[in-house]
Design a protein. Structure first.
Lengths: 446, 554
């Protein structure tokens, strides 16, 4: 806030300069301008750059280099001795969802949208910012074979919810397999499916219906075009369109590749089944959530182009999770399977950088590969790697400034920046306060 | 048949005899209950009262005459007719009867396992579940409310709201206008939609279905031959005018984001809308101004801890107690100033009880709204003329004018500004009800008295658990300790006009809230336990106890 206040007079004088003096290139200073001076910049995609400045203008990274100058009035943050990395992305979250994250009444509900139920004043957003997280993918729960449409949020704490959305982000749709779907069905005696094979059948049936729906619309468009061309006197009544069906539209978006599949899956056989169904319907590869047993079918997964979004080292917490291993990230890496590390939790989201460090501990993954799993890989899961996930000119000015190298034990986040604005500043914050409030529905049994 | 009382009545009667064919026709057209409403009841004349007509100037000392359920005449020079029951109105103010613009008064919905699925009940009238002899109606009238827009609030498309007079023989004769408007809410259902996100999806698909149904019906009317007959669907058919944007839909919204949900649905589907509830209207006043839609503001003030953005200013901030107190004060003012914000946004404003657990604090909250910036004359309009216009009944309600329905609210003192003012009488369809002056609060001071030992009953997990609450008070500031199930929780807060609002914290769980309305030695309210939800509580002050200070001794 104080930044905005400081920026306001400069906005005016900048405008005056532009209007009266007509200085070429003298763009007015905005609240989304920032110069981060002298840190070690972990670009993710272009190595680590010591003693480097990053200039953000209008929320976008404008320059990366040494001894950069910023127009007068732009806030300068001294990051000497500190580490500047891209804002962390949480590829699988359930934060900020109001009044229920599982529409468990039916097993197929792709028409529901998380975007319709955002609760943007969830205090867990602030604790996530304190962990350097700038973007979350907040998802429908795993009670349904086909859950709802997920949403990507930037954690702009204090802003109205529509400011948190990324306008050009692709859609994504949640599917779920295994225990959670079966368990939810057993709570509800009329719900189908109640078995793993039933889940496969429901998937095929649903995508077939979506195909039929698309075909019906194509037929209608053709009939309508023919009717438009036909003789006005003899052509009769206009053909009737099919009824719009939001459920089938959401599934059609998957078939046309507009919406990315996000599949909650643990067991290898079930994930293999989904890849088979996807191939049958020409659905582009998506992302397996948790994917505990993916290491068992790593070659198949790599061949099919699916990615995974995993817990770093959780296992054994339920039957499906007994055969998970912490070396999976290494195995995925060696097979060329893109992997992100997610929190699935309003608590773990605060320490995703420590989760990433486990990739070094188990099997010795290269440090930068570990950091990719909470930045660019997650951005690719979401289809927003053109905006976030690395420090590159033209990308969003989303950064986390760390006290130490982020994978080093004492590392902590000093400042979190979204599009050039500071949303977390440790020096201004009472982080040790006992004041906590668990988010409503922010957690789900994994 | 009415017995002639006066020359004037006799004249009317004779003229009726002369015009028998016309009278017969009218008799056939009108139902018996309508006749009853017109002819039953006494003739009243309130003399020497202040008449706030909302049609022309205020008559400082005048007489108003009620006959046959209608206002017959009023003015400074009106002489009470010979057959009238004359009431001395000295010191009384007569207003047009207050209208509760969004209400669940008298609604008896089937509960428990019989709860109705209310995903789409668009063809049903709320009056179906309205009980004319419901126990709660006198409580509404005691607040000066003579008519109410009755709407069920448990639906997604919850049916059609109706305007009812709040006293009368039966539902048919109490009905002023039915239907008034379709109602849409964000209430999840048993089964689908069971979550907010599915509620919105259901709203969207239902409107698409209605539009499609409309197209099929039109087509079938034009050229039925060769076309499969569209199946009858009364609920979709009741939504056709809404889906076409010809009739408004009344959206029940609570928090800031509900407004945005409603606005985006309306934009996508070309809907006209009104807004009911709207307890966070002050957070979106720009949107209201832009939408220009009427807002039926509930006088159910949310606890400030429940208002969107409460955490923005407080979470993990280094705040002193003074700063915290100032923030709380600011937020409380904003909550009370909600109706004022709607007025300032320049959109039609009406006031309502909708969402209040009891109407008992309605007028008190109206007064707090006035205190927080709503001009008193606007508050009055928001209870009379505005809702009458919004609901399309301004020709029969909303002002004191001859020929209008004899709904009057008669007060002792100015209920919009004075704490000791009260509703002395109401007239509904010309029927009179008189109320006694409410007894003064237990202790002096404008804020009411919270201090003392309270025996509580808290419903935790469907079970009533006994507890105690010890409160000490310094002016409006209240501190206290709640003991329940061996747990002790400390709270601090305020009492303002009988409304107790306190916050505290539970170790390892987060913040807790205690809100209650205190009337005399009784309190009713709720205990908010953060993520664990909230629990209703009731309490009585333990007699013979002067407050917890004196209990310090052995």
């Amino acid at each position: 806030m104080s930044m905005i206040r400081k920026a306001i007079p400069w906005t005016f004088s900048g405008l005056l300069m532009a209007l009266l003096v007509i200085l070429p290139g003298a763009a007015p200073v905005s609240a989304q301008d920032l110069l981060i001076r002298g840190g070690t910049v972990i670009t993710i995609t272009n190595g680590d750059l010591p003693d480097t400045d990053v200039l953000i203008r209008n929320g976008k990274i404008a320059e990366i280099g040494q001894n950069l100058t910023a127009p007068e009035g732009v806030r300068v943050i001294d990051a000497r001795g500190r580490f500047v990395m891209p804002g962390i992305l949480d590829s699988h979250s359930h934060m900020g969802i109001d009044r229920g994250l599982n529409e468990g009444s039916r097993s197929v509900v792709p028409e529901v949208r998380i975007a319709d139920a955002i609760r943007h004043d969830d205090p867990a957003f602030f604790t996530a910012l304190a962990g350097g997280v700038t973007t979350i993918h907040t998802m429908h729960g795993s009670a349904n074979t086909i859950g709802g449409q997920n949403e990507i949020l930037k954690l702009k704490w204090g802003r109205p919810w529509e400011d948190l959305l990324i306008p050009d982000a692709p859609m994504s749709l949640k599917l779920a397999l295994g225990e959670n779907v079966r368990r939810s069905s057993s709570d509800n005696p009329t719900r189908y499916p109640r078995s793993r094979s039933g889940v496969a059948e429901v998937l095929r049936e649903s995508f077939q219906q979506a195909r039929n729906y698309m075909a019906a619309w194509e037929r209608f468009e053709a009939d309508r075009a023919a009717w438009d061309r036909a003789n006005r006197r003899t052509r009769g009544l206009a053909p009737l369109p099919p009824k719009r069906d939001l459920q089938l539209e959401a599934l059609a978006d998957v078939l046309t590749g507009k919406s990315i599949l996000r599949v909650h899956g643990y067991r290898a056989d079930e994930m293999a089944m989904v890849m088979e169904v996807a191939n049958e319907f020409d659905i582009p590869p998506g992302v397996f959530e948790h994917a505990l047993d993916a290491y068992k079918i790593a070659p198949e997964m790599a061949r099919n182009g699916w990615a995974t979004s995993v817990f770093a080292d959780s296992w054994g917490y339920k039957i499906e999770a007994y055969e998970a291993i912490p070396y999976k990230m290494l195995i995925h890496y060696e097979h060329g399977i893109r992997t992100s590390i997610n929190s699935d939790s309003a608590e773990r989201v605060r320490r995703l950088f420590q989760e990433a460090a486990r990739g070094v501990k188990y099997g010795g993954l290269p440090e930068n590969e570990c950091l990719k799993m909470i930045t660019i890989n997650a951005a690719m899961d979401l289809g927003i790697e053109h905006r976030v996930g690395s420090i590159e000119v033209g990308k969003d000015g989303d950064m986390a400034i760390f006290s130490h190298y982020p994978l080093h034990t004492p590392a902590r986040v000093e400042m979190t920046i979204i599009e050039g604005e500071v949303f977390f500043d440790r020096s201004q914050t009472h982080v040790l306060a006992t004041w906590t409030q668990e988010p409503e529905g922010g957690e789900e049994r994994p | 048949m009415p017995r002639p009382h006066s020359p004037r009545d006799r004249w009317t009667f004779t003229r009726g005899m002369l015009c028998m064919p016309v009278a017969l026709a009218i008799l056939i057209l009108l139902s018996p209950s309508t006749l009853q409403a017109q002819y039953e009841g006494r003739v009243y004349a309130i003399t020497g009262a202040r008449l706030v007509t909302l049609a022309g100037v205020v008559v400082e000392k005048g007489t108003i005459v009620i006959r046959g359920g209608l206002i017959e005449s009023l003015g400074a020079d009106v002489v009470p007719p010979a057959d009238a029951v004359v009431m001395d109105g000295d010191g009384l103010t007569v207003y047009p009867g207050f209208i509760d613009a969004f209400s669940q008064a008298g609604l008896a919905l089937p509960g428990g396992n019989n709860r109705e699925y209310a995903g789409n009940l668009a063809h049903r009238l709320a009056s179906e579940h309205f009980k004319g002899d419901s126990q709660d109606l006198p409580e509404y009238r005691k607040q000066g409310l003579t008519a109410a827009l009755i709407a069920r609030s448990d639906g997604v498309f919850g049916g059609q709201a109706v305007l009812m007079n709040l006293m009368g023989e039966d539902v048919a004769s109490m009905t002023v206008k039915a239907p008034v408007v379709q109602v849409m809410g964000y209430q999840s259902q048993r089964g689908y939609p069971g979550t907010l996100m599915a509620v919105v999806a259901h709203q969207r698909q239902t409107l698409i279905d209605a539009t499609y149904h409309d197209m099929l019906l039109t087509r079938y009317r034009e050229a039925p031959r060769g076309m499969a007959r569209p199946p009858a669907d009364p609920d979709l058919e009741a939504l056709l005018t809404v889906a076409r944007g010809e009739a408004p839909i009344l959206g029940i919204v609570k928090i800031e984001n509900d407004f945005k949900r409603l606005r985006s649905l309306a934009r996508d589907h070309g809907l006209q809308f009104w807004i009911a509830g709207a307890s966070e209207a002050f957070r979106v006043s720009d949107l209201l101004r832009e939408a220009g839609a009427p807002v039926l503001v509930s006088m159910d003030f949310p606890a400030i801890t429940d208002v969107t953005g409460y955490q923005f200013d407080r979470a993990y901030k280094n705040l002193t107690d003074e700063e915290k107190k100032a923030l709380d004060e600011r937020d409380r003012k904003a909550v009370h100033g909600n109706a004022a914000a709607v007025f300032q946004a320049g959109v039609p404003l009406a006031l309502a009880t909708g969402g209040m657990s009891s109407p008992a604090s309605f007028l008190k909250n109206v007064r707090l709204a006035v205190e927080a910036g709503l001009p008193a004359e606007e508050a009055l309009k928001a209870l009379t003329l505005n809702p009458a216009k919004i609901f399309g009944v301004a020709d029969v309600l909303g002002t004191l004018e001859p020929g209008k329905i004899a709904n009057l609210t008669v007060t002792q003192g100015d209920v919009f500004t004075a704490e000791d003012a009260y509703v002395a009488h109401v007239f509904v369809d010309g029927r009179k009800e008189t109320f006694e002056k409410p007894r003064a609060p237990t202790a002096g001071g404008g804020s009411g008295m919270a201090a003392g030992s309270w025996a509580l009953s808290v419903s935790l997990g469907g079970e009533a658990v006994a507890g105690t609450l010890e409160l000490t008070q310094d002016g409006e500031a209240v501190t206290g300790t709640l003991s329940v199930q061996g747990q002790r929780l400390d709270f601090t807060g305020t009492i303002l006009a009988g409304a107790l609002e306190m916050t505290g914290s539970i170790p390892d769980l987060g913040s807790a809230t205690l809100t209650a309305t205190i009337e005399g030695d009784r309190m009713t309210g709720s205990l908010g336990l953060g993520p664990m939800g909230s629990a209703a509580l009731t309490g009585t002050r333990t007699p013979g106890d002067g407050g917890s200070e004196r209990r310090a001794g052995p």
